[in-house]
Design a protein around this ligand. Structure first.
Ligand SMILES: *[C@@H]1O[C@H](CO)[C@@H](O)[C@H](O)[C@H]1NC(C)=O
Ligand SMILES: *[C@@H]1O[C@H](CO)[C@@H](O)[C@H](O)[C@H]1NC(C)=O
Ligand SMILES: *[C@@H]1O[C@H](CO)[C@@H](O)[C@H](O)[C@H]1NC(C)=O
Ligand SMILES: *[C@@H]1O[C@H](CO)[C@@H](O)[C@H](O)[C@H]1NC(C)=O
Length: 431
């Protein structure tokens, strides 16, 4: 090629790369509560060849899915269903469980985590909570015996484990759970070099007045007097609240894994903030944050292993429409919104400005979308009310975050299965 007359190939490639949205590697939760979802083999092929998704988490030990991801290089986190936890405190059962669910598939499928249950502290009941850490230890011993030293064991928590998160410097785990379960769990995670898994959802902390704070958009922030830090987004606030709580128990250095976080692209009419523009803003901001390696104000430079909730819209979830609309993709593999998660050429599709200062009103105005008139941030209306929702306690495991307070009018705490962080988030006073 005559470089004096034509731009060089490397130069052209550079230009092309700069024009494409940044491609971020990220994990997703692959839930399967849909009657129209593609077969796991197609899902594995799609993720490997078309997306930058490099790890998945599943909510069971479905062997069809585990097999489908063999030789893809995609990491797979599997989950022990809550009901199976007590039996795994028995060494023989633990060995059998490994023999049945891990051994036939590993290492062809790169299983990286076994999650012991899902939000066990949040949902209980108490005997399950009591068996959680013992089961993690016994199952780990079985893994080590088998020589599967690369597979780690952890257990994802809803942020109902926090007593408060505002301001982060004053956060702590709820009494009872703190030394009863979380301290021994953190000690186990430290010894096995595994991450502490949390499910922070700023979606459940949304109110019209803190929309931008929840969505990684410009806002006045939350000032923490004790540290002098101004938090510019709720994700950092929640992560630092977790960090401070861990530090209080003596475990500031255990890695934090974001096992679930997301934002629905559609929802019940009452939840106008569940829309594709906001979902793109949140997920786009999240991917940018976790891939930057910047960490948070109190965890600078940390890169959090992160799993978006969820891969697909799942039509059998519910009862709310929000629950059905957390997916990045529709069952036919089309994107619900574009946040640079596809390899080219899909990455060039127009995107609803995921990262900018756009407010909900900047949604494409061609049609009267239900989210066009989403409520705005109103600085002159201070929020009032308690900063803490009452999360389910270990003795009342069926309570689904009740005592909603006024400032969180739009906070749909009856979010059924999505448990979530509602309670602790409620109020974020933007001054
Ligand atoms: C495993 O997942 C596939 C795909 O979702 C589903 O069709 C199958 O029924 C599941 N198997 C079990 C045992 O749950
Ligand atoms: C710190 O948290 C405790 C317990 O939640 C609460 O009682 C106290 O008011 C908080 N202090 C500040 C300064 O927020
Ligand atoms: C903002 O809040 C103030 C104080 O509650 C209220 O007077 C005002 O009407 C609100 N503005 C808008 C645009 O809602
Ligand atoms: C929790 O709620 C479910 C569904 O409403 C019900 O079947 C179950 O008995 C309840 N459990 C407790 C401990 O109240």
């Amino acid at each position: 090629m005559n470089t004096s007359e034509h731009p060089s190939l490397p130069f052209l490639l550079l230009v092309v790369l700069l024009l494409l949205p940044a491609a971020y590697s990220i994990g997703v939760n692959y839930g399967t509560l849909g009657d129209n979802l593609p077969p796991p083999s197609e899902v594995a092929h799609f993720l490997k060849t078309r997306t930058t998704i490099d790890r998945i988490r599943i909510f069971d030990v479905n062997t069809t899915i585990i097999k489908a991801f063999a030789n893809t290089g995609i990491l797979v986190s599997v989950t022990v269903p809550n009901g199976d936890i007590p039996s795994l405190t028995d060494a023989r059962n633990a060995r059998r469980w490994i023999d049945a669910n891990i051994k036939p598939f590993y290492p062809a499928t790169k299983i990286n985590y076994i999650c012991m249950g899902t939000e066990v502290l949040h949902w209980g009941p108490q005997p399950l909570i009591d068996s959680l850490v013992p089961a993690m230890k016994v199952l780990n011993a079985a893994l080590v015996k088998e020589g599967f030293n690369e597979i780690k064991i952890s257990s994802p928590h809803s942020l109902g484990i926090l007593l408060s998160s505002v301001p982060p410097s004053n956060a702590s785990f709820r009494p009872g759970w703190d030394v009863g379960t979380l301290k021994p769990m953190l000690e186990f995670l430290k010894q096995t070099k595994a991450g502490f898994m949390v499910n922070p959802y700023t979606y459940f902390g949304y109110s019209p007045s803190n929309a931008n704070f929840c969505l990684f958009k410009p806002n006045d922030g939350l000032f923490d007097k004790a540290t002098g830090i101004t938090y510019t987004n709720q994700f950092d606030q929640l992560m630092d609240a977790v960090h401070v709580s861990m530090k209080k128990l003596g475990y500031p250095d255990v890695e934090v894994v974001v096992a679930e976080t997301g934002w629905p692209s559609g929802g019940d009419p009452a939840n106008l903030h569940a829309n594709p523009v906001n979902a793109a803003a949140y997920i786009g901001g999240l991917m940018k944050k976790v891939n930057s390696g910047d960490g948070t104000p109190l965890m600078p430079g940390r890169k959090f292993e992160t799993y978006i909730f969820a891969l697909f819209n799942e039509n059998l979830k519910g009862p709310s429409l929000d629950e059905k609309n957390f997916g990045l993709f529709r069952p036919d593999f089309t994107q619900v919104y574009n946040v640079g998660i596809m390899h080219a050429p899909q990455a060039q599709a127009p995107s609803p400005s995921p990262l900018g200062a756009a407010s909900a009103s900047d949604a494409p105005s061609s049609a009267a979308s239900p989210w066009d008139d989403a409520p705005f941030f109103n600085k002159s209306k201070p929020l009032t009310g308690s900063p803490v929702q009452a999360p389910p306690t270990s003795s009342n495991t069926n309570a689904s975050a009740t005592t909603n307070t006024d400032g969180a009018a739009n906070l749909n705490v009856n979010f059924a299965a999505k448990s979530a962080a509602a309670f602790i988030l409620a109020m974020t006073l933007l001054v």
